[in-house]
Design a protein around this ligand. Structure first.
Ligand SMILES: Cc1cc2nc3c(=O)[nH]c(=O)nc-3n(C[C@H](O)[C@H](O)[C@H](O)COP(=O)(O)OP(=O)(O)OC[C@H]3O[C@@H](n4cnc5c(N)ncnc54)[C@H](O)[C@@H]3O)c2cc1C
Length: 226
């Protein structure tokens, strides 16, 4: 049976969904679990809102394709419109969610480098939990508590999981930003696919750096959290 959208906003069709769980993983960072009403692919996003007066915002899914629930990892913006509402959800509360969609899709016939900062790690957890393996996963964060899902990544990817901390020396594998880690590399595999995810400034800076180091533009795939 085809489900009927509860709320149509522009070209977005949103469906009533139920909060399954909400967990604060670190200060102002939450993991929200929702009912899985439609199938999804690793790399997909969903649009979410808590009520019809708030414009839906987009979030990367961080659950695996075969996991029971949809999950998003979000950053609480205290002055923002939607995330303060998301952060006070309780299990059982209704919200509005679109079907999963998007184009930040992994490949299986080429080596991949995944590079994320902050909550930009979300789609890579979805990819890892769906059976994809990168040659390298580089995660940048300021503090040790912001290496979300660290244990899962270490178990699945072993030494191919590499943490860069720009905050405190000694909490990660590399002291400095992900851009500095890449900048220090003498050569990079040009035929790999480079997946970048995070805030605009990091993604644009890193994309330009990769191009300056000989990576063809078409081998750089970006998802920007704006
Ligand atoms: C493809 C894509 C994927 C994304 N995936 C994720 C994800 O997985 N996780 C995630 O956390 N985010 C993700 N985002 C970002 C997300 O969609 C929202 O933009 C973000 O959660 C902010 O929503 P908000 O309604 O709380 O803030 P908004 O109301 O949209 O405000 C945006 C910013 O402006 C500031 N602001 C707003 N009003 C004021 C004011 N009056 N005074 C001062 N400052 C103000 C807020 O603090 C906030 O920093 C993604 C975005 C895109 C495009």
């Amino acid at each position: 049976m085809t489900r009927k959208a509860e709320y149509i906003k522009g070209d977005q069709y949103l469906f009533k969904n139920r909060t399954v769980n909400i967990e604060e993983l670190a200060e102002r960072k939450y993991l929200l679990s929702l009912e899985k009403q439609f199938s999804m692919k690793a790399g997909h996003v969903i649009a979410i809102t808590t009520n019809k007066t708030i414009e839906p915002r987009i979030y990367s899914l961080c659950n695996g394709e075969n996991d029971e629930y949809l999950q998003v990892l979000f950053d609480l913006h205290p002055e923002g419109e939607l995330t303060p509402q998301l952060a006070i959800l309780n299990p059982g509360d209704n919200i509005f969610v679109s079907k999963p969609y998007g184009s930040f899709m992994p490949v299986s016939d080429q080596n991949m480098w995944w590079i994320a900062t902050g909550t930009g790690i979300a789609p890579f957890r979805a990819m890892m939990r769906s059976g994809y393996k990168p040659e390298l996963l580089l995660h940048g964060a300021r503090q040790a508590s912001n290496f979300y899902f660290e244990r899962e990544f270490k178990t699945a990817l072993k030494e191919n999981y590499y943490r860069c901390s720009s905050g405190t020396d000694g909490v990660a594998d590399y002291y400095g930003r992900v851009t500095s880690f890449i900048d220090k590399k003498n050569s990079l595999p040009a035929n790999n696919k480079y997946y970048l995810c995070g805030r605009a400034l990091m993604v644009v800076e890193l994309r330009d750096l990769l191009i300056s180091k000989g990576i063809p533009y078409e081998n750089i795939i970006s998802e920007i959290f704006f």
